[in-house]
Design a protein around this ligand. Structure first.
Ligand code: AMP
Length: 185
């Protein structure tokens, strides 16, 4: 199964990604995590991404698309994957479809963890990441509303959107996602 998980900063994407990847035995690809590691190691991707991640802005589409293209060519993804943190813009969503089409594949479902902004804010501030300072979190929520919400329409239009209430205990959210995935496959 090829899945993407969508939700604002602090929506619980990381936790649900872990549950789902182990449940479905597929690799999870978290762009935020990979970028943070690349920045720490100062790789060429890390150096390109650092100025954006530091202030909560989106890394340029061209950089991310190239990065995902390379990542989806690694053999561990032949049986499926879950993307956490990608796509972040409608352009990235479109490019992802073109890319998987090239491989003769398709994105099966986009899972959206629906969480109110006030909850996103308080959850993000409860973490201790370098990019979780209040003004940066606010900017990331705003960017999510402006740039990522249009992706929901993109997948809705293609009848690939599964919306789940993300303001529930993690285990319950997981059960709801599994039920929806199985009910629709
Ligand atoms: P995350 O952990 O998914 O919230 O990502 C942390 C930061 O990495 C974001 O605030 C962005 O600066 C950057 N980032 C992660 N994924 C993407 C993406 N698909 N496009 C652009 N920037 C991204």
């Amino acid at each position: 199964m090829r899945l993407v998980i969508l939700g604002g900063p602090g929506a619980g994407k990381g936790t649900q990604t872990e549950y789902l990847c182990s449940y479905l035995s597929i690799p999870c690809i978290s762009t935020g995590e990979i970028l943070r590691e690349a920045i720490a190691a100062q790789t060429s991707l890390g150096v390109l991404a650092e100025p954006y991640v530091k202030i909560g802005e989106l890394v340029r589409d061209e950089t991310m698309i190239e990065f995902i293209r390379l990542r989806l060519m690694v053999p561990d993804v032949t049986n499926g994957w879950l993307l956490d943190g990608y796509p972040r813009t409608a352009f990235q969503a479109e490019e992802l479809d073109f890319l998987v089409e090239e491989f003769g594949q398709k994105v099966d479902w986009a899972i959206y963890l629906d969480v109110a902004d006030s909850v996103l804010m308080s959850r993000s501030l409860g973490r201790s990441r370098a990019d979780d300072r209040p003004e940066i979190v606010k900017r990331r929520i705003q960017l999510f509303r402006d740039r990522t919400i249009p992706i929901l329409e993109y997948y809705e239009h293609r009848q690939k959107l599964l919306t789940v209430n993300g303001d529930q205990p993690p285990e319950q959210i997981h059960q709801e996602i599994v039920k929806k995935l199985m009910g629709n496959s």
